[in-house]
Each structure stands twice: as structure tokens, then as C-alpha cells.
Design a protein around this ligand. Structure first.
Ligand code: FAD
Length: 499
């Protein structure tokens, strides 16, 4: 980029775009920022309450971040430590935003909910014990408890042990977990942005095209107002494609060489939800287990307390569902066919052939009856009754498929930032761990496309006014005391448990 970008366009109003908008405006108050959202409200897609599980992914309970034991019986916990540190950046940003009056009542967007991992069978019990030994040795996870005693596990989460036949079980528990309403965070961040000089948030506007201008540096963003079909062109020095599932369609329009060969594989989700107060009051935890069969890691089942708009319910799932839509609310069943191009068809076919297990799993999930779904739930909650549970749609994840994935190709489950060579366009691909690590991901976007804002000591100081832990490596042994100081302060501001 030859000159500093001044006119910024953000496509989408989910957690990613709104986080980027607020951070950029705070780092450079002269920026002019326009956000477009196709829906009439802010953040109705993946970041919206029931469309995700609201787990503040910190590596505490998710077994997918800690693979099976090494030959010596130990468990590698590096990934869980990394995820904890990434989530810490989000907590720090939200806490600072509360102190600065950008975010309001903390219970509207984050609530303390213990995180529990739960396993069955002797082999899994041994694995969880080794995982606990690895994690509890690190200062992030020191308060984590482990038990194989059904009475103790029943104290932590009664539904797990009620009516369970005698079998080896084990669990770990940490009180410092959270349930997050990412939709409400997005809405509050967008409201703040909309009030700033030179910034506006336009709902009901679908971005339909993204073309490089003749000068080769700037972009023309074309948006259509939904209520009257009127189209407008906007100039942008920098465009962030934070359109969630809609990002691939826009990247293909922009004809970025970096997006050449990319394809998208949508996976829908469904939850079972329980509102029966007798059941809800007996479970205050997010309980994660192991992936079942060919289920992808994102479909690892969990039994969760959810606190949305002041109401507490239980959620179980996700059950995967086959779909060709890329967006839940404003998508079309033609989304997948529309993104199949001569440059990505070979990759998509290879992916199909090498992921037959996954495709079989999606077909099987899509044809499940309520009785099938209840039998999966009963692995966690043996006494579950079908009349207490209803099925709802969750959001859609569009997994990015890349040409560079090798001969066979693989479905990606991580989140990646794609930035054009001249750094004037950035987009997010993939969906996991997603919203929890939004601040870590968005920091990467800023470092790539606005490096001058973060340069040197001044850049670090400015960013620490928004994210106090920026450029502090809290995971190293000598980061423990700073983590205790800043970590406790953030949790105090957010009403969360520290230890
Ligand atoms: C079933 C499921 C469970 C999940 N559970 C968790 C969890 O427990 N914890 C966690 O941290 N993450 C979770 N995630 C991931 C998380 O939800 C996403 O990573 C995150 O919400 C993505 O945010 P985003 O801003 O990129 O996208 P979104 O929130 O989808 O926002 C994109 C926005 O762009 C808009 N848009 C799209 N196209 C256009 C266009 N052309 N013009 C204008 N606007 C457009 C959309 O309407 C939408 O509002 C889950 C996801 C799913 C699907």
C-alpha cells in the first residue's frame, strides 16, 4: 500500500467486522468507516445468540485441542494453551470496552459458566487424567479439578450421573469458563461505531460487487439497498470481507489471485434446546465430550447452559445438517453451485472423494429421527425425556477448501486471514475456534493491512489502551504474574470467576 488507507469499508456486521471497526477507529480516529449489513438488523448470522454455542473457547473443556496420548502416555496441551491466550485477548478487549463505556451491562453478553470435559470408558478416563496433568501444570489451567468419582461429578453436573449405569467415567472442571452472546457484543460495538465521526452502519444493504478501480489501488464496493433495490457505489482504500458464509462469493467477484482455486463446503447445524426450569436449574456448566464416529471436530457434542437475553436454557448438539446455503437467513440454496468455477472444481471433487466419511456422516445426521437425537443426548444425560427438548436450527459454517491442500485435499476447520498482496482487501476463511478468538484474528488483520498503526512502542501503547495484554506473552512461565494481575482485573470487570 503506497498511502495510508483512509476510507474503510466493512462488509458484514458480525463479531469480526464490528471488532475490526472499533479497534481501527480507536487506533486512528481520522478513519472514515462504512459498514454494510444485508439484514435489517445487526449480526443475525453465525455470531447471533442461538446460531452458535456461545462457548468462550479457552481450551479448558474442548478435547479436540488436546490430541490423544503420546506413546509415553502424556497429552500434548500446546494448542489448548495457545487458544487460552487467544481468548484472553478477547476478554481483555471486552473488559476494556466496558471500562471505556463501549460495551454496557456485562450480563447482556458474558456470564460465568464452569467448563467441564466428560468422558466414558477406561481408555478415555486414562486420557483425561493425562490431559489434566498436562494442563494443570500450566498457570492458565492451575485451578482445573479432575475426578473419576460419580458423586463428585454429580455435584458438578447432576444430569451427567443421574440414572447412569455403573461404568468408568471421568471429568475435569474449571470455574473460570464463560457463556458469551457474540451477537450482543456485535450489536453494542456497531452502535458505538455508528456514533463516531465519519462512520456509519448501513443495515438492509447487500454488497453485490467488489471491483478494483482503474488506478489499481482503490476499490469500488457496490451495495444494493434491499427495500427498493437501489444500487450505490462506494470508494474504499481498504475493504474487509467479514461476510461470514457470504465471503467466498464476494472474494470470487473481486478476482483476487490469492482466492484462486478456493472453494467452500457448507455445514449446517441443529441444536436440541430445553426450557423446562426443573431440568435447566440442575445444570450449570458447558460439558464437552469426544467426537462421535466420523463427526468433524466442530460437531463434538456438548451439553450447555446458555444465557441469552436474561433467560437461561440448556442446549445440546450440534447435530450436523447437509445444506447448499452459505448464510442461514439471507443465503440461497444456489450459493454452493454458484461458487463452483473451472478453477476450483478439481479441488472440490478431490475433497468429495477424500471425505466420503464426512459426507456419509452428514447424510446420516440429516436423516436422524428425534429418537436418534435423544440417544446421543442420553450419552451425556441418561435421564433425558424427549418432551423437554425441541429442535432448532443453528448457524452454517462454510469450510474453506484450498487448492494448496495437497493431492487429496482436506476440509479446513481453522480460521485463516486471507489478505491481498497489496493489503487493500482482507477476508476471513474458516470458522473455528471463531468468535472467541475474534480479537486475536482481527489483530492479525490490522498488523497486515495497517502496520503503521501498531509500529514501535507508540503502536503497542495505543493498542494496549484497547487490549491491555497486547504483545505480552502471558503463556510463558515468566508471564504468570502479569496474567494473574491483568487476567483478574479483566474478569472483575466482566463478572467472571478467576480461580
Ligand atoms: C453451529 C455453530 C456453533 C458455533 N459455536 C461457537 C462457539 O461456541 N464459540 C465460538 O467462539 N464460536 C462458535 N462458532 C463460530 C462463530 O459463530 C463464528 O466464527 C463467528 O460468529 C463468525 O463471525 P463473522 O463476523 O465472521 O460472521 P457472521 O456473524 O456470520 O457475520 C457475517 C455478516 O455478514 C453479513 N453478510 C453476508 N453477506 C453479505 C453481503 N453480501 N453484504 C452485506 N452483508 C453480508 C451477514 O448477514 C452477517 O451478519 C460456531 C459456529 C456455528 C455455525
Amino acid at each position: 500500500m503506497t498511502s495510508s488507507p483512509h476510507q474503510v469499508v466493512l462488509i458484514g456486521s458480525g463479531i469480526m467486522s464490528t471488532t475490526l471497526g472499533v479497534l481501527l477507529k480507536r487506533l486512528d480516529p481520522t478513519l472514515k468507516i462504512t459498514m454494510f449489513e444485508v439484514a435489517d438488523e445487526i449480526s443475525p448470522e453465525a455470531s447471533n445468540g442461538w446460531n452458535n454455542a456461545g462457548t468462550g473457547h479457552a481450551g479448558i473443556c474442548e478435547l479436540s485441542y488436546t490430541p490423544h496420548p503420546e506413546p509415553d502416555g502424556t497429552v500434548n496441551v500446546t494448542k489448548a494453551i495457545d487458544i487460552f491466550q487467544e481468548f484472553e485477548s478477547s476478554l481483555q478487549f471486552w473488559a476494556q470496552s466496558v471500562r471505556d463505556g463501549i460495551l454496557g451491562d456485562t450480563t447482556s453478553f458474558i456470564n460465568p459458566v464452569p467448563h467441564i470435559s466428560f468422558v466414558r470408558t477406561a481408555e478415555q478416563v486414562a486420557y483425561l487424567k493425562a490431559r489434566h496433568e498436562g494442563l494443570a501444570a500450566h498457570h492458565f489451567f492451575a485451578p482445573m479439578e479432575f475426578s473419576t468419582d460419580p458423586a463428585k461429578i454429580g455435584e458438578w453436573a447432576p444430569l451427567l450421573t443421574e440414572e447412569r449405569t455403573d461404568e468408568p467415567i471421568a471429568a475435569t472442571k474449571m470455574d473460570g469458563g464463560s457463556d458469551v452472546n457474540f451477537g450482543n457484543i456485535s450489536r453494542q460495538l456497531a452502535a458505538w461505531l455508528d456514533q463516531q465521526d465519519g462512520c456509519r452502519v448501513l443495515t438492509g444493504h447487500r454488497v453485490v460487487d467488489l471491483q478494483r478501480k482503474a488506478d489499481g489501488k482503490r476499490w469500488t464496493v457496490t451495495a444494493t439497498r434491499r427495500f427498493d433495490g437501489e444500487s450505490y457505489d462506494f470508494d474504499a482504500d481498504f475493504t474487509f470481507v467479514g461476510a461470514g458464509g457470504g465471503s467466498l462469493l464476494l472474494l470470487q467477484k473481486a478476482k483476487l489471485p490469492e482466492a484462486w482455486g478456493l472453494g467452500g463446503f457448507p455445514i449446517g447445524g441443529e441444536w436440541l434446546v430445553c426450557d423446562n426450569p426443573d431440568v435447566v436449574s440442575r445444570h450449570q456448566a458447558k460439558v464437552y465430550g469426544q467426537a462421535l464416529g466420523a463427526a468433524p471436530t466442530m460437531a463434538v457434542p456438548h451439553l450447555d447452559t446458555r444465557v441469552l437475553d436474561g433467560k437461561t436454557s440448556l442446549l445440546f448438539g450440534p447435530y450436523a445438517a447437509w445444506t447448499t446455503k452459505y448464510l442461514h437467513r439471507h443465503g440461497s440454496f444456489l450459493d454452493l453451485p454458484r461458487t463452483i468455477k473451472p478453477h476450483n472444481i478439481a479441488t472440490l471433487l478431490k475433497i468429495g472423494a477424500s471425505n466420503l466419511d464426512l459426507i456419509g456422516y452428514l447424510v446420516q445426521q440429516g436423516t436422524q429421527s428425534m429418537a436418534d437425537r435423544m440417544s446421543v443426548l442420553r450419552e451425556f444425560y441418561p435421564g433425558a425425556h424427549p418432551e423437554d427438548w425441541r429442535l432448532i436450527d443453528a448457524g452454517i459454517r462454510v469450510q474453506a477448501i484450498k487448492q494448496t491442500d495437497g493431492e487429496a485435499g482436506i476440509v479446513h476447520y481453522g480460521t485463516e486471514v486471507l489478505t491481498s498482496a497489496d493489503r487493500t482487501v482482507s477476508a476471513l476463511l474458516g470458522a473455528s475456534p471463531g468468535a472467541s478468538t475474534s480479537v486475536h484474528i482481527i489483530t492479525e488483520v490490522i498488523e497486515k493491512s495497517f502496520p503503521h498503526l501498531l509500529e514501535g512502542d507508540e503502536g503497542t501503547r495505543n493498542m494496549r489502551k484497547c487490549v491491555p495484554t497486547y504483545r505480552h506473552d502471558l503463556k510463558r512461565a515468566n508471564g504468570a504474574s502479569l496474567f494473574r494481575e491483568l487476567g483478574r482485573s479483566a474478569r472483575d470487570a466482566l463478572g467472571l470467576a478467576f480461580d
